[in-house]
Design a protein around this ligand. Structure first.
Ligand SMILES: *[C@@H]1O[C@H](CO)[C@@H](O)[C@H](O)[C@H]1NC(C)=O
Ligand SMILES: *[C@@H]1O[C@H](CO)[C@@H](O)[C@H](O)[C@H]1NC(C)=O
Ligand SMILES: *[C@@H]1O[C@H](CO)[C@@H](O)[C@H](O)[C@H]1NC(C)=O
Length: 334
C-alpha cells in the first residue's frame, strides 16, 4: 500500500456542510447581465503555459512524443472555449454522491500519482449565481476512476461488475484499500479559478465516462465528456484494452447524463488538445455556478449512497508533503 493512514490536516476543510444549490436557467437575468464575451475573457485559461509544463514532465518521464517539436504546441489564443457563453451561468441539478466518494482528500492540484492515461488539465471556474461574480476560496473536490475503471479506495471492486473481487475484503465504510489516486481537493483563487491535473477517466459498468465534483459547501455534480472525444481517447492504450472486456455505457444510455444536461444545463467539459493529437494531452474547462447562500447537502443517510456514510480517510503528513512537492514540480503553488 502506498499510503499510510494518519491524521489529515485537511479533513476539516474537506468536510461538506453543504448548501442546497438552486436550479437556474441559462437565461437567468442576473447572469445575462454579464456578456458571454466578458465571461469567456474572464474565465479563459491559457493552455500554452500548461502545455509547456506538461512537455517538461513528459521529457522528464521519457514519454515525449517524438514527432513533434516544442513549437508544435498550441498557442493560448488558438484555443476557444465556445461553451462559455450563455450556458456559463448555470448550475446543473445535483447529481448523486455515488458509492465512491471519500472525505478528507489530499489538498493538491496534481492527482495523477502513477496512473497511466491521457493527461488532462481540468480548469474549473466557479461563479456565485447570486452575483454572477467569480467565487474565490471555494473548495473543489474531484474524484474519478482510472483508465480501466477502478476508483482508489475501492480497488477491490471489479469495474466490470461492481462486485467485490475474490480475495478482497470490504470495510464497513465500503472501502477496500487506502489508495488515493485520482482524487483531490483544491480551492479557487481570487478569480474563482482552480485547476487539477489528472488523466482522462476510464469507464465502468453501467455508467458513462464522468468526473465527480463537489463545490463546498453547496454543489455536488458529475462532469461529462463529448462522445466523440471519449471514442478518440478510448482508441488509445490503456483504455482500448478495457473496452474489449466491458462495453461502454454511452452518454445517451447513462442514468444521470440527461438530468445533468437537461433543461439547458450543461455538465459537459469543453476540451481542447494540448498538442496535435489527443494522446499529447488535453485541457478541459467548465464553469460551475453555485448558490452560496442556499442550504446544505446531506452527507449521510440512505439517500446519499448505499452505505449511508462518506468514508473519511486520513493522510500522513509525509504523503501530503509529497503531493505538495509534486504540485511544485508542475509549477503549482498551493
Ligand atoms: C487501475 O486501478 C486498478 C486497481 O488498482 C489496477 O489494477 C489497474 O491496473 C489500474 N489501471 C491501469 C491502467 O493502471
Ligand atoms: C459489446 O457489444 C457488442 C455488440 O452488442 C457485442 O458483440 C460484444 O460481445 C460486446 N462486448 C463485450 C465485451 O461485452
Ligand atoms: C439562492 O438561494 C437562496 C436561498 O435558498 C434563494 O433565496 C435564492 O433565490 C437563490 N438564488 C438564486 C440566484 O437562485
Amino acid at each position: 500500500m502506498k499510503f499510510v493512514q494518519v491524521v489529515s490536516l485537511f479533513a476539516a476543510a474537506a468536510t461538506l456542510s453543504s448548501a442546497h444549490p438552486e436550479r437556474m436557467t441559462p437565461y437567468n437575468t442576473r447572469c445575462k447581465a454579464t456578456s458571454p464575451r466578458e465571461l469567456s475573457n474572464r474565465f479563459r485559461p491559457c493552455p500554452a503555459k500548461r502545455a509547456a509544463s506538461l512537455r517538461r514532465r513528459q521529457i522528464a518521464n521519457g514519454r515525449v512524443p517524438q514527432r513533434r517539436s516544442d513549437s508544435g504546441f498550441s498557442k493560448c489564443d488558438e484555443l476557444q472555449y465556445t461553451t462559455i457563453q450563455d450556458d456559463t451561468c448555470l448550475l446543473a441539478p445535483d447529481a448523486v454522491w455515488g458509492p465512491y466518494a471519500i472525505d478528507g482528500e489530499i489538498y493538491r492540484h496534481d492527482v495523477r500519482e502513477s496512473q497511466e492515461g491521457v493527461e488532462l488539465y481540468l480548469d474549473i471556474g466557479v461563479i456565485d449565481v447570486e452575483t454572477c461574480e467569480p467565487l474565490p476560496n471555494a473548495y473543489l473536490t474531484i474524484w474519478h476512476c482510472n483508465s480501466t475503471g477502478s476508483y482508489s479506495g475501492f480497488t477491490g471492486i471489479a469495474p466490470n461488475t461492481a462486485e467485490l473481487i475474490d480475495g478482497w475484503i470490504k470495510n464497513s465504510d465500503g472501502t477496500t484499500d487506502e489508495e488515493k489516486f485520482l482524487r483531490g481537493i483544491t480551492s479557487t483563487d481570487t478569480e474563482g479559478m482552480a485547476e487539477f491535473l489528472t488523466i482522462f477517466p476510464g469507464h465502468y459498468v453501467t455508467r458513462s465516462t464522468h468526473i465527480h465534483l463537489t463545490v463546498q459547501t453547496n454543489h455536488i455534480g458529475q462532469l461529462f465528456f463529448d462522445e466523440s472525444l471519449i471514442k478518440s481517447v478510448y482508441a488509445l492504450s490503456p483504455y482500448a484494452a478495457h473496452l474489449a472486456t466491458l462495453n461502454r455505457t454511452t452518454n445517451a444510455e447513462d442514468s444521470l447524463y440527461a438530468t445533468a444536461n437537461g433543461n439547458g444545463y450543461s455538465a459537459v467539459i469543453s476540451v481542447s488538445n494540448l498538442g496535435d493529437a489527443v494522446a499529447d494531452g488535453l485541457v478541459g474547462y467548465i464553469t460551475v455556478g453555485v448558490n452560496s447562500s442556499a442550504a446544505g447537502l446531506t452527507t449521510s443517510g440512505g439517500s446519499m449512497n448505499p452505505i449511508g456514510i462518506i468514508p473519511t480517510v486520513s493522510v500522513a503528513d509525509s504523503v501530503r508533503a509529497q503531493a505538495t512537492a509534486v504540485d511544485a514540480a508542475d509549477g503549482y503553488s498551493s
